[in-house]
Design a protein around this ligand. Structure first.
Ligand code: FES
Length: 180
């Protein structure tokens, strides 16, 4: 088995002057989230969720800020952030198209739905269009197996998709219709 390694120790972290973990977020974590947990590590997922929700992705600087605030190792933060698909370590497009690839959707043709998105937008899974509008992601069960295949476009769930319907949804989003 081959191991792929990367030189994380010398990785340059892009920094900005403004912290990502704002005073309001820290206040919310301190008053509402941390009291629920015995250890500060318990607040890691909510903290990452705040960052992801606010910025659409989790920058390295933000992970370091979260680690410092929770007094945990930065490696714990990056291990967690890179494990869950909910967190993106790269900027995403304005609209994130998330096609379910789990078993019910797989049986009902998710591959054709994903392919339709790829063809319509000219991107592969994990990529963002050059205009920053769309990012394509595949993820696990969205809990709507009885209406498979399904996809989320941001917060909106689209059910019983066909490739044609998926392309139509993208066209609606581009046209600013459909409430996305
Ligand atoms: S398998 Fe796709 S929603 Fe459950």
């Amino acid at each position: 088995m081959a191991w792929i390694t990367k030189n994380s120790a010398s990785q340059k972290v892009e920094r900005r002057d403004q912290p990502y973990l704002t005073a309001a977020m820290k206040d919310d974590l301190t008053k509402r989230v941390l009291p629920r947990y015995e250890k500060s590590l318990g607040a890691l997922l909510p903290a990452l969720h705040m960052i992801q929700h606010e910025y659409g992705w989790v920058p390295h600087q933000a992970m370091l800020e979260v680690a410092a605030f929770l007094k945990i190792a930065p490696s714990d933060v990056i291990d967690t952030a890179s494990f869950y698909e909910e967190y993106s370590l790269r900027p995403r497009g304005k609209y994130v198209v998330q096609v379910c690839r789990s078993i019910a959707c797989e049986f009902c043709g998710h591959e054709k739905v994903t392919q339709a998105v790829k063809d319509a937008l000219g991107i592969d899974v994990g990529e963002t269009t050059d205009d920053g509008m769309f990012t394509l992601v595949e993820l696990e069960c969205l809990g709507s197996c009885d209406t498979a295949p399904v996809a989320l476009v941001n917060e909106h769930l689209h059910e019983r998709l066909t490739p044609e319907r998926m392309v139509a949804v993208l066209a609606e989003v581009k046209a600013g219709k459909g409430g996305h």
